[in-house]
Design a protein around this ligand. Structure first.
Ligand code: MTE
Ligand code: MO
Length: 319
């Protein structure tokens, strides 16, 4: 599988118009006729952003959703990525400053193989697939997203975690010069998330490198983010630079900052409300469906696959 490449073009060489043109041509080519119909009607991102390279991938038909996909524009302009600001449009507006090449991933803790690896060397070894997943934020909005990635388990197994590895911690880049939101004290940066090792090894857990057939835009967590479709979105850390295998449950960013509001498990659950709002329903983002509320599904609709992981756990709590 050829590794994805992102040809960097200095912003000074791209006029807004040319970028718009290149972007639409690339997208249309990558998606074919059917996909082209889903294209946003205007340029996404800012004129200064380099065009995102198309990825080579296969479609995994096992992971589909009956509801229509959210548009590329919706997925890339309505984001949570507090390193770039707290408003939904901030990440798209402010994340050009993030440099995703070169990128390294450090592996630490309870594993036979640890060290720092070049992302391109890692990606060369993982065939990519497209999976359409439901994405549910703890704030009670949701989307349907065609991610491109590979099973997280395939990556983790490479490093041969030892029998002491009971949890996995994911850490986002720490660099306040590139990530202006880190100059505020909202969270104790860097952003840290974590999973039990069996959750991380579950076949649904996806290491994401792209969306809509192309490399991830910065606002969605380039160049590497996870997605756990049965959990609230905050469990899916973006722009990951470190993976650590641990014996003890890691203290992750949201529970550390707001212990009464966000739990470690954070499985999507219509019966466990956030202390300040209900989780019984959700609002699907999208031009045609905007504002439409629908019932929240237990485990975000993935219960058949993941319920087994939580046998014996009290599902009236999410902590
Ligand atoms: N590093 C980092 N990762 C993060 C966040 C963040 O603020 N910083 N927000 C989380 C939340 S709350 C959600 S809902 C998803 C949003 O992903 P999306 O913008 O690709 O939809 O990213 C998650 N990962
Ligand atoms: Mo979220």
């Amino acid at each position: 599988m050829p590794r994805p490449s992102l040809p960097y073009i200095p912003p000074s060489e791209i006029t807004a118009e040319r970028h718009f043109q290149v972007r639409r041509e690339l997208l249309a080519g990558a998606l074919g006729l059917a996909g082209a119909a889903l294209l946003p009607g205007r340029a996404v991102g800012t004129a200064a952003a380099p065009a995102l390279a198309p990825l080579h991938f296969t479609r995994n038909a096992r992971y589909r959703v009956a509801d229509p996909l959210n548009s590329y524009e919706e997925i890339t302009t309505y984001n949570n990525f507090y390193e770039f600001g707290v408003d939904k449009t901030d990440p798209a507006a402010n994340s050009d400053s993030l440099r995703t090449r070169p990128w390294t991933l450090s592996i630490a803790g309870e594993a036979e193989v640890t060290g720092t690896f070049h992302l391109e060397d890692i990606l060369r070894q993982h065939p990519l697939e497209e999976r359409i997943y439901r994405h549910r934020c703890v704030e009670a909005w949701s989307m349907v997203i065609p991610w491109v990635g590979f099973p997280l388990a395939d990556l983790l197994k490479r490093f041969r975690p030892t029998s002491s590895a009971k949890f996995v911690e994911f850490t986002t880049l720490l660099d306040p010069r590139q990530m202006p939101g880190q100059r505020s004290g909202l969270l104790d940066w860097p952003y840290r998330e974590g999973l039990r090792i069996d959750e991380a090894m579950h076949p649904l857990a996806l290491m994401v490198v792209g969306v809509y057939g192309r490399e991830l835009p910065n606002q969605n967590g380039a160049p590497l983010r996870v997605h756990l479709p049965w959990k609230y979105g905050f469990k899916s850390g973006k722009s990951i630079v470190r993976i650590r295998f641990t014996a003890r449950r890691p203290l992750t960013s949201w529970p550390a900052a707001f212990p009464g509001e966000y739990g470690f498990y954070a499985n999507v659950n219509p019966r466990v409300d956030h202390p300040r709002w209900s989780q019984a329903t959700e609002r699907r983002i999208g031009a045609s469906l905007f504002g439409q509320r629908r019932p929240t599904e237990m485990f975000n609709g993935y219960g058949e696959q993941v319920a087994e992981l939580y046998r014996g756990l009290d599902l009236r709590s999410n902590f």
